[in-house]
Design a protein around this ligand. Structure first.
Ligand code: ADP
Ligand code: MG
Length: 398
C-alpha cells in the first residue's frame, strides 16, 4: 500500500473547512482551535503538584468536525500522510494493539474520545480533520493542542458543557493512559485556559489559576522562542526517570508531593536525604516553585524586566540540579545572555526542544542573530527563532 501524501490545506478556518468537505463530502458543524504553549517559568513542577506559568502561542491546531450516527471516530490530519482512519468507538481502549495501518498519531484523538467516555460523557461518532501550525516535537506542545482541540470539538458537537480544566483532564488522561506519555497537566491546562495578553499562574494541585497580565510590548520587551530542532533520545526515558526520582524524594521526606516542601524548609529537607542525586532533584523542584512565585510577584508589581535573572537561574537549576538540559540548549542560553538578553532558559521537558529568551525590544535582532551564529559555529542544527506574545487559549472559531 502506498501512503497518500499529506493533503494540502491552508491552516485557516476556510482551508480546513474545504479539506473537511473534500474528505467527507459534507460540511463541518464547527471549527475549533487550540494553541501550543511556551512555559515562562515553572519546569518539571507540574507532576509535583507545584506551580507553573505558561502562556499560549499564536500557533494553533484547528479541528473541523461533524457528528455521525454510526459510532465511528473518523480522523484525518493535514499534517500527516495517509487517508481517513476510521475507529469504532467501542473498540478504542488503552492496551489494545493498534491495528496494522493505523498511524501512531491517531492515538491522541482516539485517546481523548476514550477519556471522555471513561469520564462518563455520552459522546457519539464524529468525523474530524485536523491541521496545525504548532511545530511538532519542539517542546511547544503540539500534542496538548491536538488533545485539547479534539476535546473541545467533541464537547461542542455533543454538548458536554466541559470547563477548561475538564478539557485539560481529558487531554492529560489520553496522553498518560492511552498514548503512554507520563506528562503532567501543564500543557493541557495552558492550551485550554490561557487568555491573550496574560500568563497563566497555575496551581497544578488545585487546578486553580490566575490570569496575570504580561504586556511585553508596553514594557519594551520581546520574548524569543528558539527551537533548537534537536530532540535527544533520552527525552522519554529521562522524563519518566525524573518523575520517579521526584516521587521517591517526596516519599523519603514524608510528604504527598514535593510541592509540600516550602523553600524555607529546603535545607532541613536536604539534610534528611543521603543520595546526592535525589538531593539535587528535590532542590530543583523546591527552588523552581519559589521562582514561579517570584515571577508572579514581579509581574504584579509591574517589573517584568526583573524576570530575566529569574529565568536564567531557572535554567541553571534545570541544567545542574535536574540535569535535563543539553549542549544545544545551554549554548542558546549562554549566547543569549552574553549578547545582552535579560534572561533565558530552556522551556518544556528538555533534552532538546526550545528555549525562551527575554530581551529589550532593541536587542531582539542582535541576540537572535548571535544565537543562530553560535549554533552554526558549534555544528548544531540552525535553530528556528520567532518572537511571540501571549495569545488566546482554546476556542470555537465558527
Ligand atoms: P510536542 O508536544 O512537544 O510537540 P510530542 O512528542 O509530545 O511533542 O507530540 C508530538 C506528536 O503529537 C506527533 O508525533 C504526533 O503524533 C502528534 N501530533 C501533534 N500535532 C499533530 C497534527 N497536527 N497531526 C497529527 N499528529 C499530530
Ligand atoms: Mg507534547
Amino acid at each position: 500500500m502506498t501512503a497518500d501524501p499529506a493533503p494540502a490545506a491552508p491552516a485557516t478556518p476556510d482551508g480546513i473547512t474545504a479539506l473537511f468537505r473534500d474528505t467527507y463530502g459534507t460540511e463541518p458543524e464547527g471549527v475549533w482551535a487550540a494553541p501550543g504553549r511556551v512555559n515562562l517559568i515553572g519546569e518539571h513542577t507540574d507532576y509535583n503538584d507545584g506551580f507553573v506559568m505558561p502562556f499560549a502561542l499564536p500557533h494553533t491546531t484547528l479541528v473541523a468536525a461533524a457528528r455521525r450516527n454510526d459510532r465511528i471516530l473518523a480522523v484525518r490530519s493535514a499534517d500527516q500522510p495517509g487517508p481517513v482512519v476510521e475507529l469504532a468507538l467501542e473498540g478504542i481502549g488503552p492496551g489494545r494493539a493498534r491495528p496494522a495501518g493505523v498511524p501512531a498519531w491517531t492515538a491522541y484523538p482516539a485517546g481523548v474520545a476514550w477519556a471522555l467516555r471513561e469520564a462518563g460523557h455520552p459522546i457519539g461518532g464524529a468525523s474530524l480533520v485536523v491541521r496545525s501550525t504548532v511545530p511538532v516535537g519542539a517542546g511547544l506542545s503540539s500534542s496538548a493542542a491536538l488533545e485539547v482541540g479534539t476535546a473541545l470539538a467533541l464537547d461542542g458537537l455533543h454538548g458536554l458543557g466541559l470547563t477548561g480544566p475538564g478539557l485539560a483532564r481529558a487531554g492529560q488522561r489520553a496522553e498518560n493512559a492511552y498514548v503512554g506519555v507520563p506528562s503532567g497537566i501543564m500543557d493541557q491546562m495552558a492550551s485550554a485556559c490561557c487568555t491573550a495578553g496574560h500568563v497563566l499562574h497555575l496551581d497544578t494541585r488545585a487546578l486553580t489559576f490566575r490570569q496575570v497580565p504580561f504586556d511585553m510590548a508596553a514594557a519594551g520587551l520581546r520574548l524569543l522562542v528558539v527551537d533548537t530542532r534537536v530532540q535527544h533520545s533520552l527525552a522519554d526515558s529521562g522524563y519518566a526517570e525524573r518523575r520517579a526520582s521526584c516521587e521517591a524524594g517526596a516519599e523519603a521526606l514524608g510528604v504527598p508531593a514535593l510541592r509540600d516542601i516550602p523553600a524555607g524548609s529546603l535545607e532541613e529537607a536536604l539534610g534528611r536525604l543521603s543520595d546526592p542525586v535525589l538531593r539535587r532533584r528535590v532542590r530543583h523542584v523546591v527552588t523552581e516553585n519559589a521562582r514561579v512565585a517570584e515571577a508572579a510577584a514581579l509581574l504584579r508589581e509591574g517589573r517584568p524586566h526583573a524576570l530575566g535573572p529569574v529565568l536564567t537561574a531557572g535554567h541553571a537549576s534545570l541544567r545542574d540540579d535536574f540535569e535535563v538540559s543539553c549542549p544545544e540548549l545551554d549554548l542558546v542560553v549562554a549566547t543569549a545572555t552574553a549578547a545582552g538578553a535579560l534572561g533565558a532558559r530552556m522551556t518544556g521537558g528538555g533534552f532538546g526542544g526550545s528555549a525562551v529568551v527575554l530581551v529589550e525590544a532593541g536587542a531582539a535582532e542582535r541576540v537572535g542573530k548571535a544565537v543562530t551564529e553560535a549554533a552554526a559555529a558549534a555544528g548544531h542544527p540552525v535553530p528556528r527563532t520567532f518572537t511571540t506574545t501571549p495569545s488566546p487559549g482554546a476556542r470555537r472559531l465558527r
